[in-house]
Design a protein around this ligand. Structure first.
Ligand code: ZN
Length: 229
């Protein structure tokens, strides 16, 4: 039986494993509910807590930022504006990938600036090899944003950018990665947006059939509809 357990993160240095799902979760925090915009990260404190939760910032780093901005509103607003700017730039660039068009130049510049602000990575020796470490010299917020931008770069470099998609629901617009076998997923989540769209189609068809005075055919049509992927 294979009982190998990977070394715990503390002894591996600071790998901060972030994947594309974290990136998309981040940009989907700029959300809409029932067609109205809802920001899930309305304050810098919310953003820092989210970064700590996803492992892109250390608790100490978040505390350092909190100490810097406490009683200093302009600094706090500057940091929050930076988080929101990179988030919407990531959304615009992801959208451009999904829609196979050129991205907004400003958005690209914002992401590239974020990538440059990444903290320095170094190799450090370990008892059984080498590990990746980074020096904590930069700004923790800049570094968190760079880490969240990284997976998108990796996807474009060596992944499947054609699987980056935007939810087909007008009221959702979530960005998601289509990991389905056929790569034909249209909704971020079949259980919510997919079902809503299917139910709306069903209702529209029934309404049309009632107007045409032909309910029987509509019912059999709806029943024969194949389940969406
Ligand atoms: Zn959706």
């Amino acid at each position: 039986m294979n009982t190998y357990t990977p070394p715990d993160p503390v002894h591996r240095g600071h790998a901060h494993d972030v994947d594309l799902e974290d990136t998309f979760d981040f940009l989907n925090t700029d959300d809409t509910e029932n067609g109205f915009p809802v920001d899930k990260l309305p304050t810098l404190d919310d953003a820092l807590a989210w970064f700590v939760d996803r492992g892109v910032i250390h608790v100490e780093g978040a505390d350092r930022v909190r100490a810097q901005v406490s009683n200093h509103d302009p600094l706090m607003e500057r940091d929050l504006a930076r988080v929101h700017a990179v988030r919407s730039a990531l959304r615009e660039v992801s959208l451009s990938i999904a829609e196979k068009r050129s991205p907004d130049a400003g958005a690209l510049e914002t992401i590239n600036r974020a990538l440059h602000a990444r903290q320095v990575i170094e190799l450090v020796p370990g008892p059984d090899g080498c590990y990746v470490d980074h020096r904590h010299v930069g700004d923790p917020v800049d570094d968190a944003l760079a880490r969240l931008a990284d997976p998108l770069v990796m996807e474009l470099t060596a992944g499947h950018p054609e699987r980056v998609k935007v939810c087909a629901s007008d009221t959702c617009q979530w960005i998601f990665y289509d990991g389905s076998r056929t790569s034909r997923r249209r909704w971020c989540d079949m259980a919510t947006c997919g079902n809503r769209a299917k139910a709306a189609r069903h209702r529209a068809r029934e309404r049309a059939a009632v107007q045409a005075g032909d309910v029987g055919d509509a019912a059999s049509d709806a029943a024969s509809e194949s389940p969406a992927v």
